[in-house]
Design a protein around this ligand. Structure first.
Ligand SMILES: [Zn+2]
Length: 337
């Protein structure tokens, strides 16, 4: 495993981030995978971020990574697998329902019985569908997938019955600004009031237009709608979110291990790109082969933006209490603890 944190990063943490952060930090969006999740002999291309991780990011690697990234802090997390077609969805991270909570991966191809088996066997707090699973299952182009393709009525009814959480990476090209998404986000929250919907990456709004044209005000009125902030390092987007949505339902999240790479997401003319130190393929990357810029990690850029945007008195809630409270509540109700 490569080192995640370089000298420059250590200085940023020691001087700028560490002293301002609470002692306990909860990352509500972490991907865990090891070689057992993939078919035997699986290899990754030279620009794939998993090659840089030697093909795995196990729970132990996450914990080791957090020791480097957040030295001296108590780190908690909500973990799930990598949502890819070839990944074995029966393998979920192993939670203790104290520091570590976990979710199953879910495809529309999975029966409720299969889902229930995963949730019960591993004592999970919920599940994470993904648009690629729905695109494969319904043989649709990825951009045509709808929320209702990703989550089928019987899967949603199960989550509602059992009071589970669902981390949802919304589909479609216009993401949070897409009227069909907006309608379906409201619909699922209203129709399944005992399930909790955590819309990942602030509804994938990485630039202002996307959140300005969203229905965040409408979602603010629905008590089971939450957002995670994974990979959002845009102060404007986070500030807009906090101005329009209760901080009590915002969960700090990073999308580790991708957030451990060195780079930053930037708004470019009503769109965005990842500026990166390394030539690693994650979405649209502009990379810096001459190493002209002293990049730090996406992780630290996200913490910086959060420290800037979070309303006074809400830092501990967003970085720890909200997520810990939500997942503990689910775990207690399900008698895991
Ligand atoms: Zn993710």
């Amino acid at each position: 495993m490569n080192a995640f944190v370089f000298e420059n990063d250590k200085k940023i943490f020691a001087e700028e981030l560490g002293p301002r952060l609470p002692q306990r930090i909860f990352d509500a969006h972490v991907h865990i995978f090891d070689k057992s999740c993939y078919p035997k002999g699986k290899t990754f291309g030279p620009k794939d971020y998993r090659t840089w991780l030697n093909g795995e990011f196990s729970q132990a690697s996450w914990q080791a990574c957090m020791k480097e990234m957040l030295p001296g802090k108590d780190v908690y997390g909500n973990l799930f697998g990598n949502p890819e077609a070839e990944v074995n969805r029966d393998i979920s991270p192993k939670p203790d329902n104290d520091h570590i909570f976990a979710m199953a991966l879910l495809s529309p191809a999975d029966s409720v019985e299969a889902l229930q088996r995963r949730v019960e066997a591993d004592r999970l707090v919920g599940f994470k569908p993904y648009l690629n699973f729905a695109a494969d299952f319904f043989k649709k182009p990825k951009n045509d997938v709808e929320i209702h393709d990703m989550l089928l009525p019987d899967q949603l009814a199960y989550a509602d019955r059992e009071g589970l959480a669902i981390t949802l990476h919304i589909p479609r090209k216009d993401r949070f600004a897409d009227p069909k998404n907006q309608r379906q986000m409201v619909e699922i929250c209203q129709k399944y009031p005992h399930a909790t919907f955590i819309f990942a990456h602030v509804g994938r709004a990485y630039f202002m237009k996307n959140i300005r044209e969203s229905n965040v005000d409408e979602l603010a009125k629905l008590p089971n709608a939450y957002f995670d902030t994974a990979m959002v390092n845009h102060v404007g987007v986070l500030s807009y979110l906090f101005d329009h949505f209760p901080a009590e339902r915002v969960l700090f999240a990073t999308d580790a291990p991708i957030s451990c790479l060195h780079g930053k997401s930037v708004e470019i003319n009503n769109d965005y790109a990842y500026l990166m130190a390394d030539d690693v393929a994650i979405g649209t990357v502009l990379h810096d082969p001459a190493r002209a810029y002293p990049f730090t990690t996406f992780y630290y850029e996200q913490l910086r933006a959060m420290l800037e945007a979070v309303p006074a008195g809400c830092l501990e809630k967003v970085l720890f209490e909200n997520a810990r409270g939500l997942f503990r509540f689910i775990a207690e109700k399900r008698h895991y603890i």
